[in-house]
Design a protein. Structure first.
Lengths: 317, 267
């Protein structure tokens, strides 16, 4: 469905070229949700924006690699073909729904714009059905309302409705629940999970929270410093992580240390693009680091459980 | 006399809107914090958490009820009480991106209180800023940086350093981790525990995520539509919630499964 191979994406910052994503390869299986997990600055959003060709000069550019959406390489697509793909095949749900919604237009007119394929006289019915299925009560009465009349959780449901109105094959959700409170979050997660199952929607789910990923995703790619450090079936990766960074993320979100005991936080912070270490990007924070880590990028190892990782000194199993 | 340093006694608050409508944000709330204690204040968004903390901080006035500091109600404060209250109660807010003035250097931000209260000389403020940076594990060189040069987690450390400036007895933390990554949240949680151990500060920890509350807090109060529906030791309230609403918050925070306990229609 989505096949990213050897993707490298640059940003142009004040005359310098900064590499945000380096040699990322990732396949999203049809009808499954794949989590992209990592701390902020790891390159997760850059991968998503590369798929949608939203990174173009003068901001940056895709330097290398191919991205196939249903077989079409979007890195080689003409602007016209790309608009077509975005209009019909890819739905996007951003972290902050207000960026997806225009405050000046009614909810109805914003959703209509995304469904040119639906016959004029069926549009209202289709929208009401869609909004109702997304958990918006009294959808019919709310069509003429503006975004500010909706709560945060409801605005995110409207943003999801816009993304789904085109009946996409691929849904990209970038931290869709990070700005919401916990009870609203769980509702949106349930909704995304149901949509994936019912519509066989291939989903790219970006999150910094591996606990959230566990709930809604079947596959995972863990990113750090612009590279995928470990990937595969989520249950395999979470139950037997090989990469020290995956282990560290799991440790940091686990509270099994006892009340008010110190959490196993990852010390230090992720590298910036202009201070990227040569060799393994995690080396400055890694408990297993040795000399080779600091000079050479680790090779990728495949495991019997279907996952793979890039590390010289993996976590002992 | 209660052992609370800072407390709200039977506090209610209503807001009057432009079109004459009123919002009852708080109703009869009793809530306080003792020295060295961490109290959670939890509830869905709109339940009144921020309003209660703003009243405790003196930013907002209650419609009825009072705030007491070291046992003295606010309306009986002398100039001495007022100074003590101003110096001893501070706050850290949710968004480390908007809560720090982008045009000021960190030393200036961190020691802001000292300039307001005593017009302290610059050399004294810089020296204090460097002490405070070290308390929150940031290097001294950061004193001359601007907020935009820092990551979200580093900014939240700066906000905590600012909160510590006058050796407070109480810090109100209004969702201090909800804009941060999980891994950074863990660092901030550890920092808060370290500081509490060192200075026995009372923390009011506002959150919608019970996960961290359960880990960090001694006690917790659950707000629903401006009323406290449950309050007590964390192990009792979260371990054995009596109120359906608390149960729902706990379940949503645990992120154990997606199974709906019941299909809810959203208002
Ligand atoms: N427009 C931009 N110009 C320059 N650098 C950028 C830009 N957007 C993101 N970056 C940098 O690229 C890196 C990856 O960012 P991003 O993909 O947003 O990470 P994530 O989504 O994992 O937080 C970060 O170091 C970030 O600072
Ligand atoms: N300045 C204000 N004017 C009018 N209504 C307000 C004001 N501040 C808060 N409210 C209302 O009071 C209620 C509680 O809000 P708040 O204390 O911010 O809740 P929380 O912090 O739990 O999300 C909400 O209904 C909110 O809209
Ligand atoms: S390659 Fe080396 S530094 Fe990188 S994660 Fe593995 S052990 Fe750590
Ligand atoms: Mg991002
Ligand atoms: Mg609030």
């Amino acid at each position: 469905m989505l096949e990213i191979s050897n993707l490298t994406t640059h940003y142009f910052q004040g005359g310098q070229v900064a590499t945000a994503v380096r040699g990322v390869s990732l396949t999203l299986n049809k009808g499954l949700a794949t989590a992209i997990v990592g701390e902020s600055g790891s390159g997760k959003s850059t991968v998503a924006m590369s798929v949608m060709r939203m990174i173009r000069p003068p901001i940056g550019d895709i330097a290398e690699g191919t991205i196939r959406v249903n077989g079409t390489d979007v890195t080689a697509a003409s602007p016209k073909r790309m608009r077509e793909i975005l209009r019909t095949s890819i739905g996007f749900v951003p972290q902050d729904p207000t960026t997806a919604l225009d405050p000046l237009y009614t909810i109805r007119s914003q959703i209509v714009e995304a469904m040119p394929h639906v016959e004029r006289n069926k549009r209202t019915e289709t929208i009401v059905e869609l909004l109702t299925s997304l958990g918006i009560a009294d959808a019919r009465d709310r069509l003429r309302e503006h975004p500010h009349q909706f709560s945060g959780g409801m605005r995110q449901r409207v943003a999801i409705a816009i993304a789904l109105a085109k009946e996409p094959d691929l849904l990209i959700a970038d931290e869709p629940t990070t700005a919401l409170d916990v009870t609203t979050q769980i509702g949106i997660l349930r909704l995304l999970d149901r949509l994936r199952r019912e519509r066989h929607l291939t989903t790219m789910f970006i999150t910094h929270d591996i606990r959230v990923a566990r709930l809604v995703c079947q596959d995972v790619a863990v990113m750090y410093g612009g590279v995928v450090v470990e990937s595969g079936p989520l249950s395999a990766v979470v139950e037997a992580p090989s990469h020290p960074y995956t282990q560290a993320l799991l440790d940091a979100s686990s509270l099994d240390v006892g009340p008010r005991q110190r959490l196993r936080a990852i010390s230090g912070s992720p590298p910036t693009l202009l201070s990227m270490p040569s060799g393994c990007p995690f080396a400055p924070r890694c408990p297993n680091a040795t000399d080779i880590c600091r000079s050479e990028m680790p090779a990728t190892t495949r495991k019997a459980d279907g996952s793979s990782f890039a590390c010289w000194n993996p976590v002992a199993s | 006399m209660s052992e609370y340093i800072l407390e709200a006694v039977d506090v209610s608050k209503s807001f009057h809107g432009r079109r004459g409508e009123t919002t009852q944000a708080l109703t009869g709330v009793d809530f306080g914090v003792a020295a060295g204690e961490m109290v959670g204040l939890v509830g869905e968004s709109g339940s009144g958490k921020t309003t209660l903390t703003r009243i405790l901080l003196g930013i907002e006035q209650p419609t009825s009820g009072t705030v007491r500091f070291r046992g003295t109600p606010r309306d009986r404060f002398t100039a001495e009480h007022r100074r003590d209250y101003f110096n001893s109660v501070s706050a850290v807010f949710q968004n480390p991106y908007s809560s720090l003035n982008p045009r000021r250097r960190l030393w200036d931000i961190i020691t802001e209180r000292r300039s307001i209260e005593r017009r302290a000389p610059k050399a004294e403020r810089r020296a204090r800023a460097i002490e405070l940076l070290s308390l929150v594990s940031l290097p001294a060189e950061y004193a001359d940086r601007f907020p935009h040069q820092l990551s979200g987690g580093q900014r939240q450390r700066v906000a905590i350093a600012r909160g510590l400036c006058e050796d407070p007895d109480v810090i109100v933390l209004d969702e201090p981790m909800s804009a941060l990554d999980v891994s950074v949240s863990a660092q901030i949680a550890n920092l808060l525990l370290d500081l509490q151990e060192k200075f026995s500060i009372g923390y009011i920890f506002v959150a919608h995520d019970m996960h961290m509350v359960r880990h960090l807090c001694h006690r917790v109060a659950v707000l629903l539509k401006g009323q406290i529906v449950e309050q007590g030791a964390v192990a009792d309230v979260l371990g054995n919630p009596r109120h359906e609403y608390t149960r729902r918050l706990v379940a949503a925070s645990e992120l154990r499964s997606l199974e709906p306990e019941e299909e809810r229609v959203h208002p």
